[in-house]
Design a protein around this ligand. Structure first.
Ligand code: F6P
Length: 341
């Protein structure tokens, strides 16, 4: 069988573990040919292929990024995109395609699957907001990086008696902010799921600094916004292709706190540091499990499904259930962050 493979959307640690598992299991167990496509769906539309052998996946487990390259390109949103994809899949005699991606890439996968191509998806995103799976590849590493950064910010905050604002990634969901914030002992965590009231934050900080502390850590997800009707008006600026402008909300929150409290305030924007470098063992294992499960699924002739972690088990769920949805953080996690303020 000729099985295609792509990684799309933002990169993250653990992608190479999934690629390795697909190639190793596909060749070793089933004798398939694995045809990689460079740079996500763009490579499929352009016919940019990279056939993968065992040699290509040697020593890639600890390496961040993706050996296939990636891009933010969605064929169903481009003129002639789906036709170009179909033409390449036909020319390369691809019988099934494994797509590793976040919401955008998996949405595209669902559209392509609807037109008859056999597709199995694998969820990845440091944001951990892909619906239907407890974990996505990359999240665990990002939380580790963000927690270490908060620990480091902590000691300098304390030395200088400052309020430190740490902005982490998370456009639509606050998974990194809440997990790293709780693990790093942040006083306040701001997540997109719970628009904030700057007056309450200021009141809390003034009380804390009067009563028992001289410093504070505030973790802000890049998609956090003030609640409607509160005293801070904010229109999130949009970057190229509608993306978030890194640092915008972090800088603004720090400026408001500085002006309203008089406390010395600094901002750290973690940005793409959270997406780089070696994956944690958890992400290597998750990528490996998803890769093996996806290869088993295509070999059984399954299509239109995505690998998902549910509890301790890897299962398959319909791709059409996933597309266009966001997995928000549960109220319990928000409550824990509040309880530990
Ligand atoms: O992939 C998710 C993500 O890391 C978001 O958290 C962030 O807003 C975005 O990607 C950044 O995208 P880019 O790498 O295209 O700037």
């Amino acid at each position: 069988m000729r099985v295609g493979l792509l990684t799309g959307g933002g990169d993250c640690p653990g992608l190479n573990a999934a690629i390795r598992a697909v190639v190793k299991h596909g060749i070793g167990e089933y004798g398939h040919s694995i045809i990689g496509f460079r740079n996500g769906w763009k490579g499929v539309a352009d016919g940019d292929v990279l056939p993968l052998t065992r040699d290509d996946i040697r020593n890639v487990l600890p390496v961040g990024g993706t050996l296939l390259g990636t891009a933010r390109y969605h064929p169903h949103e481009e003129d002639g995109g789906l036709d170009a994809v179909r033409a390449t899949l036909e020319a390369e005699r691809i019988e099934a395609l494994i797509c590793i991606g976040g919401d955008g890439t998996l949405h595209a996968a669902s559209e392509v699957a609807n037109s008859g191509t056999k597709i199995v998806g694998i969820p990845k995103t440091i944001d951990n907001d892909v619906w239907g799976t407890d974990l996505s590849i990359g999240f665990h590493t990002a939380v580790n990086i963000a927690t270490e950064a908060i620990d480091r910010v902590h000691t300098t905050a304390e030395s200088h008696n400052r309020v430190m604002v740490v902005e982490v990634m998370g456009r639509h969901a606050g998974w990194i902010a809440l997990n790293a914030g709780i693990a790093g002992g942040a006083e306040i965590v701001l997540a997109p799921e719970e628009p904030f009231d700057i007056d309450k934050i200021v009141k809390f900080l003034k009380h804390r600094h009067r009563a028992h502390a001289s410093f504070s850590i505030i973790v802000v997800a890049e998609g956090a916004i003030p609640a409607a009707g509160t005293s801070m008006s904010y229109e999130a600026p949009l970057g190229p292709f509608g993306s978030i402008v890194a640092g915008a909300i972090g800088e603004r929150v720090a400026a408001e706190i500085g002006a309203r409290t008089g406390f010395e305030t600094r901002v750290t924007v973690l940005g793409h540091v959270q997406r780089g470098g070696a994956p944690t063992p958890t992400d290597r294992i998750l990528g490996s499990r998803f890769g093996v499960a996806a290869m088993d699924a295509v070999s059984r002739g399954e299509s239109g499904v995505m690998t998902a972690l549910r509890g301790d088990e890897v299962v398959l769920i319909p791709l059409s259930d996933v597309a266009g949805k966001v997995k928000a953080v549960p109220a319990e996690l928000l409550m824990v962050a509040h309880a530990l303020a």
